[in-house]
Write a protein that binds this ligand. Structure first.
Ligand code: ZN
Length: 146
């Protein structure tokens, strides 16, 4: 994901809500391309570059990239963003017996929530379930350097 402008809110770029469907993403992309096309918008400098619109579409039209993007941005979205169903202390998670950098917690669907040590180092508190779309907020102290 190096070099991608993940600081930009792709939903705002395409004027979409966070629950927009794939169809809506597609039509918003075409709308944004027309609205911000340099040839059709000569009276004022473009506020959004075509490259940003294309990047927004590339990410939001791919379920995998969109899920990753949403996850990275949930932290910043705060109270207005999608809310995890519940919060669980990391102490209630269990270390994965195979991969010790992964911690899991049982979901009511029978699968488990996963959070990795990488996530935690990056300040990500959201654990997704591998069996359904549920999320939990994972409570832990931020890692300290000393
Ligand atoms: Zn689940």
């Amino acid at each position: 994901m190096k070099g991608r402008s993940y600081g930009v809110d792709f939903y705002k770029v395409l004027a979409l809500s966070r629950t927009a469907s794939a169809e809506e993403v597609k039509s918003a992309y075409h709308r944004a391309l027309i609205a911000h096309h340099p040839d059709k918008n000569t009276s004022k400098p473009p506020t959004i570059h075509i490259a940003t619109i294309k990047e927004a579409y590339e990410v939001l039209s791919s379920p995998a990239l969109r899920a990753l993007y949403d996850r990275r941005h949930q932290q910043k979205a705060g109270a207005t963003g999608p809310r995890p169903a519940q919060s669980v202390s990391l102490e209630e998670f269990e270390e994965d017996p195979i991969d010790e950098t992964v911690w899991t917690y049982p979901c009511r669907c029978g699968a488990r929530y996963h959070i990795t040590e990488d996530d935690m180092e990056n300040g990500i508190h959201i654990a997704g379930c591998s069996g359904c779309s549920e999320l939990v907020w994972v409570g832990f102290e931020p890692a300290k350097d000393d």
